[in-house]
Write a protein that binds this ligand. Structure first.
Ligand SMILES: [Zn+2]
Length: 244
């Protein structure tokens, strides 16, 4: 059984609990029994009288582990929201929590109500982005085709262009939201559109189909976009302020 260290000396300790591995800073202090505190940095601090056996401290922590993990999660979510480290999902900012997983399991992301959970091999910006990208891609593949088909039908009927023959490609484009190629008969949409408000997707699809009629960005082109999607110029302004 581990012994307590000298008074005032803080050490980091770990405890396996049914809710996960609890990491905490432990300080023996001349206090009555023990104190536990979760600081604003999301870390758990425990202090206890040297008289209290470590076993008893651990038993106490384990009995409170669900509450502790919930409190830490709430604090971390709030901090992320403050730092604007959120998952952008259809224009909403969803706070997320990360968890390190072994390399033999795939990195993944799950939406759990108000919060997103990222299971990562390494917790850094690059891994987080890549992980989020799997969600955006899945969402894009689920949502874009139906909207694309709707507008293809619309343009074909209204302007007698062969819009229904246009192929949709969903790509991880970061320099633009969409593109139209007359040569290949393809409209490409950036999968990152699923991180933005739904109107960005509508705008981009309409914009690209309008290129079947005008291969430029003339005032007539923009008037055509506006005619088919009232409010388009407002959406376009918002999109300029909200880069990929
Ligand atoms: Zn264009």
């Amino acid at each position: 059984m581990p012994r307590q260290n000298p008074i005032g000396k803080t050490v980091q300790r770990q405890l396996k609990t049914p809710y996960g591995l609890l990491v905490y800073q432990f300080t023996p202090k001349r206090v009555k029994n023990m104190n536990i505190r979760i600081r604003s940095n999301g870390q758990l601090y425990v202090s206890a009288s040297p008289r209290v056996p470590m076993r008893e401290i651990e038993r106490f922590l384990e009995s409170r582990s669900q509450w502790i993990f919930q409190a830490i999660t709430r604090i971390e979510a709030r901090q992320q929201a403050e730092r604007k480290e959120c998952l952008q999902y259809w224009g909403e900012n969803i706070p997320f929590q990360t968890q390190i997983i072994p390399f033999d399991k795939p990195e993944s992301i799950k939406l759990k109500g108000e919060i997103a959970e990222l299971l990562l091999w390494e917790d850094n910006e690059a891994h987080r982005k890549l992980c989020m990208q799997t969600l955006w891609k899945k969402e894009a593949e689920k949502v874009f085709p139906a909207r694309f088909e709707f507008w293809a039908g619309w343009f074909q009927e209204k302007y007698q262009v062969e819009a229904k023959k246009i192929r949709l490609a969903i790509k991880p484009m970061t320099s633009r939201w969409g593109s139209y190629s007359k040569r290949t008969g393809t409209i490409a949409l950036s999968l990152f559109l699923s991180s933005k408000p739904r109107e960005f997707l509508e705008y981009t699809i309409v914009h690209e189909f309008c290129h079947m009629i005008y291969l430029n960005h003339s005032p007539a082109f923009h008037a055509l976009v506006e005619e088919n999607l009232p409010g388009a110029s407002e959406i376009r302004k918002k999109m300029k302020k909200s880069p990929i």
